[in-house]
Write a protein that binds this ligand. Structure first.
Ligand SMILES: NC(=O)c1ccc[n+]([C@@H]2O[C@H](COP(=O)([O-])OP(=O)(O)OC[C@H]3O[C@@H](n4cnc5c(N)ncnc54)[C@H](OP(=O)(O)O)[C@@H]3O)[C@@H](O)[C@H]2O)c1
Length: 316
């Protein structure tokens, strides 16, 4: 872990494993924490980074600056000891794990002793003083999603959010409700009654549907029921499981937009699926980066008491 003069060495505290990746790790190990530990160590030993070989995805980290290369020292607003969150994916961040201290399987978090290297081009956020570190880590992991919803969703739009009960889904729902204004509608999907009740309390969605995301017709039917028989303008996929492309495409009107934030999305299934059902929709890959995405995500947390409370209860 020696750095070049334009790199930053980070003493890592926590990894936030990407949700699609962690879901896959839980599936293959039947949620056995020791096996998950072994798998993470094996991946990082082999690849030199936490890139899940099945999902291809990474996650992000928080840690303290241990060293800054000479060339960078005067160019950046960081000093040794500062706490930062990396905003580039772990799938491309050199990482060495000395020890896994603890795994928090409910929130995809791994406490480690280890080091990482940030390249000169790597983006990062100094951890804000007004939000607790672990809370910020959770929000920053999915910061691209609410920032892109802010750009994408316009007043009066009808928006369907798949996986509205998850971390990015809640942030997207909260942002979408702001953007659609009085004339639009946000429809949130939950997988069962219990999760629907939880979503209802947030008041982020005008309508909530309970639907099986692996059954596209079920998602379409439930959406039509709450939208006067009409398809939606935009759907946003915030799910962490594969095979949900058609559930995102079917409920969208011709000329509408399907936004795939999920890392479990297959380009082939989306492209051929849309063609197969003759849907003329614009499909967008959820870029993890958007200008100002970190600020937009953290501002959203500060603006919405209920969102902050949910994040505090789950991720603190
Ligand atoms: N594009 C990017 O740059 C980027 C960056 C970060 C993350 N991501 C991706 O964004 C997606 C969401 O991440 P997240 O952190 O928001 O995940 P999360 O908090 O774990 O939420 C996952 C969502 O999927 C639902 N879900 C999980 N398993 C399910 C199942 N078997 N059946 C039905 N629903 C299921 C969850 O429902 P419950 O709430 O009921 O569990 C929840 O709504 C992931 O695919 C992640 O990889 C993309």
């Amino acid at each position: 872990m020696e750095i070049y003069d334009n790199e930053i060495l980070i003493d890592v505290d926590y990894l936030n494993i990407d949700s699609a990746s962690f879901t896959q790790l839980k599936q293959v190990t039947k949620s056995d924490l020791e096996k998950i530990k072994d798998l993470i160590i094996a991946i990082v030993d082999e690849k030199g980074k936490m890139q899940n070989p099945v999902t291809g995805s990474g996650g992000m980290l928080i840690g303290k600056i241990e060293a800054i290369g000479d060339v960078l020292k005067d160019k950046i607003d960081l000093k040794v000891g500062d706490k930062i969150a990396s905003l580039v994916s772990l799938s491309l961040t050199p990482l060495k794990i000395d020890k896994i201290i603890k795994i928090y399987p409910e929130i995809d978090r791994v406490e480690i002793k280890g080091k990482a290297i940030l390249f000169e081009s790597g983006i990062y956020a100094k951890l804000p003083k007004d939000i607790e570190d672990k809370l910020a880590l959770a929000a920053l992991d999915v910061a691209g999603a609410p920032a892109q919803v802010k750009n994408l969703v316009k007043e009066g739009n009808t928006v369907l959010i798949l996986g509205a009960t998850g971390k990015s889904g809640l942030m997207c729902s909260c942002m979408a409700k702001k953007m659609v204004g009085k004339t639009g509608k946000v429809i949130g999907q939950a997988r069962n009654e219990k999760r629907a009740k939880f979503l209802e309390i947030t008041e982020f969605c005008h309508e909530i549907i309970i639907a099986d995301v692996l059954k596209p017709l079920n998602v379409l039917e439930e959406t039509l029921k709450v939208n006067n028989g009409k398809e939606v303008d935009i759907s946003i996929n915030c799910l962490s499981i594969p095979n949900t492309e058609m559930s995102s495409i079917l409920p969208v009107r011709d000329g509408g937009v399907v936004y795939f934030f999920s890392m479990a999305t297959s380009f082939t299934k989306a492209a051929l699926g849309a063609e197969g059902v003759g849907k003329d929709v614009t499909m967008i890959i959820g870029n993890g980066y958007t200008v100002n995405h970190a600020k937009i995500a953290l501002d959203l947390l500060n603006e919405s008491e209920i969102l902050k409370k949910i994040f505090q209860e789950k991720y603190s």
